[in-house]
Design a protein around this ligand. Structure first.
Ligand code: PLP
Length: 387
């Protein structure tokens, strides 16, 4: 399959008609165990569903193909997949994180793994000199997201992977915001790609999941070991839903991108808005890096409303098609307030340093009619202006 185009791989990779019935869709193998013909002799390498399940195997192969990797290791959530990477480490190891990493990733380091002696620090990875300087002789993982959440900074994956490797560390790239359709970090030198499948890969806001993809067999074996030993595996039904979803990823992403591009342009004309952040705008500080490493600029837009919390609150309450909710990447448009919602676990002074202020609002542009989305934003901005 590796020589086929993205759409063909999205629909077929990892999947073959079910040999016993010819069913074209991979069945939901809703089973915990598998019959053995003799002790230790398995019919098809399956013995227990925490270790492996055929619906999960199909999913892992499918997303590994979309990322240009060889091995997929699926988890019950995006943070479970991130935690599996940290289980590669030992007490005293250091992790270098990009500074506006997803709030839940920061919380996991700050409140959970910190207690086990895994050290971490954060740096603005758009600044390569600062990133190089932040490496220590204990740094084992260099952890980036791009575009970042919520300020949509774009990090040069190839350059940061090189810094990681020069320091003897692995580079982990959280590719949730871009999806494999728009960006493939492994091809740029990252060692592990991580996804919250809850977002674009799932695409329908009906499941929670995560996956890691790697090229290297030895690294894959270590991660499969953690997957089985720690056990945060996804259920067969969720694997099936994800397999159904990745079949349309390319078509959905095209519409997410075109809606977001139109909306970002439109927002820049509005006087109620201080700043529009979208990697596709030439005003974006890392627009050239985005153009170099991404095939499209994604469906996420972040903006700052003039008028702080009263204006942003009124705007969020007034939207009718955009739903006020955490999460992103579904077919329906969502909006959220990072300071109060997704990034509440980041200290207020750190949020301020990152520019996550009370006027900051994050849009996940869905795949509805773009004109309806703009009309919705317009009426909510008008309402906010009167707040
Ligand atoms: N990574 C990013 C960039 C995210 O935005 C999220 C969730 O919002 C996660 C990881 C965590 O994923 P999950 O919620 O599926 O555990």
């Amino acid at each position: 399959m590796s020589n086929h185009g993205f759409a063909t791989r999205a629909i077929h990779a990892g999947q073959a008609p079910d040999p016993s019935t010819g069913a074209i869709m991979t069945p939901i193998y809703q089973t915990s165990t598998y019959v053995q013909t003799s002790p230790g002799e398995f019919i098809q390498n399956y013995d227990y569903s925490r270790s492996a399940n055929p619906t999960r195997t199909a999913l892992e192969a499918n997303i590994a193909s979309l990322e240009g990797g060889k091995h997929g290791i699926a988890f019950a959530s995006g943070v479970a997949s991130l935690a599996a990477c940290i289980h590669l480490l030992k007490t005293g190891d250091h992790v270098l994180l990009c500074d506006d990493v997803y709030g839940g990733t920061f919380r996991m380091f700050n409140n959970v793994f910190n207690q086990l002696g895994i050290e971490f620090s954060r740096v603005d990875m758009t600044n390569l000199d600062a990133t190089r300087a932040a490496m220590t002789n204990k740094t084992k993982l260099v952890w980036l997201e791009t575009p970042t959440n919520p300020t949509l900074k774009v990090i040069d994956i190839a350059a940061v992977a090189q810094i990681a490797h020069d320091g003897g560390a692995l580079c982990v790239a959280d590719n949730t915001f871009a999806s494999p359709y728009l960006q493939n970090p492994l091809a740029l030198g990252a060692d592990i790609v991580s996804h919250s499948c809850t977002k674009y890969l799932g695409g329908h806001s009906d499941l929670v999941g995560g996956i890691l993809v790697v090229k290297n067999r030895e690294l894959a074996d270590r991660l499969y070991y953690v997957q089985n030993a720690v056990g945060a595996v996804p259920a067969p039904m969720d694997c099936f839903l994800l397999l159904r979803s990745t079949k349309t990823l390319h078509v959905r992403m095209d519409r997410h991108c075109s809606n977001a591009e139109t909306i970002a342009d439109w927002l820049t004309q509005r006087s109620e808005i201080d700043r529009v952040i979208y990697p596709g705008l030439e005003s974006h500080p890392q627009h050239n890096i985005a153009a170099k490493q991404m095939r499209g600029f994604g469906g996420m837009i972040t903006m700052t409303l003039k008028g702080g919390l009263p204006a942003s609150r009124k705007f969020l309450e007034s939207l009718k098609i955009f739903s006020l909710a955490e999460s992103l990447g579904g077919v329906e448009s969502l909006v959220e307030h990072p300071a109060i919602m997704t990034h509440a676990s980041v200290d207020a002074d750190k949020r301020a340093a990152l520019g996550i202020d009370d006027g900051l609002v994050r849009l996940s542009c869905g795949i509805e009619d773009g004109s309806d989305l703009i009309a919705d934003l317009e009426q909510a901005l008008d309402a906010a202006a009167k707040a």
